[in-house]
Structures are given as C-alpha cells and as structure tokens.
Design a protein around this ligand. Structure first.
Ligand code: C2E
Ligand code: CA
Ligand code: CA
Ligand code: CA
Length: 281
C-alpha cells in the first residue's frame, strides 16, 4: 500500500475501518438471521437447451435485512463461511427448499423428473452429520433422493480429505445427485473429475461469457464439454444471457443450462405457475 502514496492510503482508511466495523456487525446479525426468519429463497430455472423445458431449479438464498433491505448472497455467504453460521443457514435452506418442493407437488402436476439444486459450502461438506441431516430432511418432507442435487463448489475439492470423500460417497449411496459448481474457476487438478462420485458438472459462467465473440474461447468450451463427457458426467452451463450463447451451446450438443436469457431467479409462486402451465420457458 506504501507505493500508492500516503494521500491515497489516508483517504481510504476511514472507509476500510467502516467496512470492517460493518462486517463485524453483519457477522453477529447473521447468527440470528435464521432464528429471526430473515432469510428468503428464490429459484432459478435450469432448462433443457433443446426443448426449453424447465428441468429443475437452483435454490438461491437472500437475506431480508431489517435495516439494509435485501442483501445478496455474495455479501453474506463468505462471511457466514468464515464465522461458521453457514452450517445453520445451509440446513435452513435445505429444509425450506424440500418443503417448498412438497408444496409445489400439492398444486402442480406430479413430475418425477423435476429436481431442486441446493448449494453446499465446503464447511457443510466437512460436517460429520451432513448425511444424517440430508436423510432426515428427505424423510420429513417426503422428497425422494433423486429429486435433490447438491451443488458443491469446485474449491471444496481442493485437497478434499476423508470426511468430504466419506460424505460424498454416503450421499451418493443415498441416491442424492452431486454436482461440481463453478467448474473452471478453481486451480485444483482436473484428475478429481474421474475420482469423485459426482454426476454433473456446472461450468462457470466466466467460461461462456465470450463464446460468441471469441472463436478460440468457443473451441475451448467445446473441449471442456468433451472432457466432462469423457469423464462420464453431464454438463450444465450457467450464465447464459443471450439467444446466441444458447444457440452455440446447443450446436455443441450441450443439454442443460440456466441464465438470465431463460429466466432470472423467481419466487415460489412463479415456479408454481410455470409447473402448472407446462414448464416451458
Ligand atoms: P452460484 O452458485 O454460482 O449461483 C449462480 C449465481 O449467478 C446466482 O447469483 C445467480 O443469480 C447468478 N446468475 C444466474 N444467471 C445469470 C446470468 O445469466 N448472468 C449473470 N451475470 N449471473 C447470473 P446469486 O443468487 O447472487 O448467488 C451468488 C452465489 O452465492 C452463488 O453462486 C452461490 O455460490 C452462493 N449462494 C447462493 N445461495 C446459497 C446457499 O443457499 N448456500 C450456499 N452455500 N451458497 C449460496
Ligand atoms: Ca450454484
Ligand atoms: Ca456457479
Ligand atoms: Ca458460486
């Protein structure tokens, strides 16, 4: 920071102190957010790229903060991971999501293939009782394991140890599907693709951002897709924002994707309406 000049450093100091103070306050508020019922869920459809049908939804958490309004997960999930509050939050999200699935069932036509995808942080995967918790929520909500996909971020696999591997194998044995999230952003070895009991790989949106303007990038994404298929897994592409991107991925033979082009995250009522009207996007 010294090279930036004393003036610059001085002018940033109060801001940084304030930011630190805010973070500290937020971390303590986050601990009680679950009990105060301040968390909300939204759902982003994952679609069949060929037919445009909604195959399932990714569950995304929001924090309805009493003073600050709606807080996005990028603002508080890292903090929750640091402070350990993620364990409580993750459990709440999983239960709520499967309760919501049961709710959709009551109102819409029963669709065996519809699934919910829940994000799971590394710390959750490390918790010894994750598998027991998943089993009990499935039992309580009447959801079948095949209806649940757990999205585990790529960085969680960096040096994944015994507990993580045990959790993943047990979840697989239970019938729950596992997915590597944010694929292509980490710096871990790709050898885990063949080693881990994972069903699908979600390619990070930064990889496809430029496939329409950059022929080299398009070729690269094609190769990534082939690699995933060669490892015996299915690929899901996130962050599809334009019709052109969707078209390129379809030409490549990709089957599943999500992004603003198809739908932004929507509320439970909107998902219900979609399900009741044929799920076409
Ligand atoms: P993620 O798992 O990679 O989720 C996808 C994020 O990309 C979501 O942001 C989604 O709204 C956004 N997105 C979807 N389509 C597009 C698109 O076409 N273009 C662009 N630019 N963005 C798109 P969101 O909801 O803000 O979530 C951010 C991250 O927070 C998630 O990234 C995930 O890592 C984390 N997160 C969200 N909910 C949970 C949760 O319940 N548990 C855990 N552990 N993490 C969560
Ligand atoms: Ca995700
Ligand atoms: Ca992702
Ligand atoms: Ca992410």
């Amino acid at each position: 920071a010294k090279e930036e000049g004393p003036g610059l450093v001085r002018s940033f100091e109060p801001v940084m102190l304030y930011a630190r103070q805010l973070r500290r306050e937020m971390a303590s508020e986050l601990r009680s957010a679950v009990e105060r019922d301040e968390l909300r869920l939204v759902y982003q459809p994952v679609v069949d790229l060929v037919t445009g049908h909604m195959q399932g939804v990714e569950v995304l958490v929001r924090w309805q903060h009493p003073a600050q309004g709606l807080v996005m997960p990028d603002m508080f999930i890292p903090l929750a991971e640091e402070s350990g509050a993620i364990l409580q939050i993750g459990r709440w999200v999983l239960r709520k999501a499967l309760e919501q699935l049961a709710e959709w069932r009551r109102h819409a036509e029963h669709r065996e293939d519809f699934h919910v995808r829940v994000n799971v942080s590394a710390a959750e995967l490390q918790a010894m009782d994750l598998v027991d918790y998943v089993r009990s929520v499935l039992r309580d909500t009447g959801a079948s394991p095949q209806e649940l996909v757990l999205e585990i971020t790529e960085s969680a696999f960096v040096g994944s140890g015994d507990v993580e591997t045990y959790s993943m194998r047990s979840l697989k044995a239970l019938g729950v599907r596992l997915e590597i999230d944010d694929f292509g952003t980490g710096y871990s070895s790709i050898s885990y693709l063949r080693r881990l009991p994972v069903h699908t790989v979600k390619v990070d949106r930064t990889l496809i951002a430029d496939i329409c303007g950059d022929e080299g990038q398009l070729k690269f994404v094609d190769a990534v897709h082939q690699l995933i298929r060669a490892a015996g897994m299915e690929a899901v592409f996130e962050g599809i924002e334009t019709q052109q991107q969707a078209g390129k991925l379809r030409e490549m033979g990709c089957c599943s994707g999500q992004g603003y082009y198809f739908s932004r995250p929507i509320n439970e009522k909107q998902v219900g309406t979609l399900l009741a009207s044929g799920s076409r996007l």
